[in-house]
Design a protein around this ligand. Structure first.
Ligand code: GLY
Length: 354
């Protein structure tokens, strides 16, 4: 059972923009490291200061923040060159998809059968444009397929339709498994027969509903506490926001299970007041319509920090949860446990992170 108060990290970083007066540094919450400071208050407010923030999934070791910093660098390179904020977020997420430590793209989590990988990804821009894939297989960068869906008449492609669509984009067959992903799966899975199996799996007759190809393997184990989705949220100098998510989903998952990532307003959302990208227990995030709620709170005047903390509070105790939020003048992160993340304003060398 989790303790009652679970927000372990909730940090906020004001930035300059033309829609607000010179920002007043927000008091650092008691739980945040004392060393956190507001970055580059001396940088002049040039209409909006581009910024990006990335997370490596709730439960990812904070030591992996270097991967998040690489993602932020890639994202800021795009917006600093005048690129679209959603393309910036895609560039950032693709960096983490290519990093086998994270549960997305190469190295994505192997599912319950110990063999298959089905991946979800999504993108959204603050003008309302959205694209997603669910259950895509054997592609290197699911987030790039989701970006292409955004330019199609559809919002979401799933399963073999998504995979075939990727082939039409010239994306070749690609095996995202790694020796490490198989090893991690075997090590981290807990036996469904054991006392440590999650309650919802003890109540569910999964043997009767086995929907993978082939028989149930002799040993079934599940990831009991590893990392999750990767995400990037971006603010561009023209006042727009872009956000992208990618995940291998849960290890304890039937074939075809889809979580929060490809569902508009659940795992991610971008609107005129900012953008949010969640990580954690997908089913709970979907029930809350969490990222869209966060945007609603921003629209009502909540700070990015308050919105992030409120999102974590909405889920805490019912599943793992973390979130990044970016607004016209801030970015913030909150999670119910440590996770790898990084953020910075364009032109600033002041990294924020765990
Ligand atoms: N948050 C990722 C998932 O539940 O699939």
């Amino acid at each position: 059972m989790r303790p009652a108060v679970l927000v372990l990290a909730a940090l906020v970083f004001p930035a300059a923009c033309d829609r607000s007066p010179t920002p007043t540094p927000t008091p650092t919450p008691a739980a945040a490291p004392a060393s956190v400071s507001t970055p580059d208050a001396q940088v002049p407010p040039t209409p909006w200061r581009p910024a990006a923030i990335a997370h490596g999934g709730v439960g990812s070791p904070p030591a992996w923040a270097d991967g998040c910093r690489a993602a932020v660098d890639a994202a800021l390179n795009v917006v600093d060159a005048g690129g679209d904020p959603v393309d910036a977020a895609v560039a950032g997420v693709a960096v983490m998809e290519d990093d086998p430590r994270f549960n997305a793209g190469t190295g994505a989590r192997v599912r319950l059968d110990g063999k298959s990988i089905q991946m979800d990804a999504s993108v959204m821009r603050s003008d309302g444009h959205f694209g997603a894939v669910a259950g895509v297989e054997r592609v290197k960068n699911p987030v790039k397929v989701a970006r292409a869906v955004m330019d199609s008449p559809h919002l979401l492609l799933q399963g073999d339709g998504a995979t075939r669509f990727a082939r039409t984009l010239g994306m070749p067959d690609y095996d995202p498994t790694t020796p490490e992903s198989f090893g991690r799966s075997r090590q981290q899975q807990l036996t469904l027969l054991g006392a440590d199996a999650p309650e919802e799996w003890r109540r569910f007759d999964w043997r009767a509903h086995w929907n993978f190809e082939g028989p149930i393997p002799p040993e079934l184990r599940a990831d009991g506490g590893a990392h999750d989705t990767v995400g990037v949220a971006v603010r561009s100098s023209d006042g727009r926001f872009g956000v992208a998510l990618s995940t291998g989903g849960l290890a304890l998952a039937m074939r075809g299970r889809v979580g929060d990532v490809p569902l508009l307003g659940a795992g991610l959302y971008a609107g005129m007041h900012g953008a949010a990208a969640a990580t954690g227990a997908g089913e709970r995030i979907v029930e809350e319509g969490l990222a869209r709620q966060v945007h609603g709170w921003l629209a009502q005047g909540a700070s990015a920090k308050d919105a992030a903390e409120r999102a974590v509070s909405a889920i805490q105790g019912r599943g793992d949860i973390g979130i990044i939020v970016i607004s016209p003048g801030e970015f913030a992160v909150a999670a119910d446990r440590p996770m790898a993340w990084a953020g910075r304003d364009s032109g600033s060398s002041a990294w924020q992170g765990p």
